[in-house]
Design a protein around this ligand. Sequence first.
Ligand SMILES: [Cu+2]
Length: 183
Amino acid sequence: MSLRPLTSPWFHAPAGHEKLWLGVAVLWCFVMSLMMPYWHFRGKQNSTGEAYTVSPADFLARTEKFVEANKVGMFKNPVDNAFFTEVPIVEPAPGSDVYLIARMWNFYPVLKLRKGETYRLHLSSLDLNHGFSLQPLNINFHILPGYDHVITITPTSTGEFTIVCNEFCGIGHHAMTGKIFVE
Ligand SMILES: [Cu+2]
């Protein structure tokens, strides 16, 4: 198989409907570009931009201390073949610092929060990149190792929310889920 060189003139300027659709596409590029800064200021689900460097060992130590102080029970993971079958349930005081670890392959711990109260949620990973996708609300953040990303959250509805990892992170990725209960 060989490629044939193009015969001149190969370029034909867009005409008719082609012109119209190219125009629509370019216009939409501008709209989408403007939406990015717009949602940065007007959106209600943005990062606060607050982040610190932290070693995975330090973040694990802070989270263990947080779990120790606020543990109220154990959560049995309903996922088949889950890598972590039991995860502690933690009920932090409103307004306090809350720690959530993402790692291969679970979210630790399970959180119990109160509607209308504000928390400082610290997110970090112990190994590689993971995703924080809160369902069914569709709130999405990256969770990176080495960074403590602090998100200010105020639950506005009660119920059971599932955290799904939406960054492929290995053989157990499909089983990587977490829970947040809001009362
Ligand atoms: Cu993951």
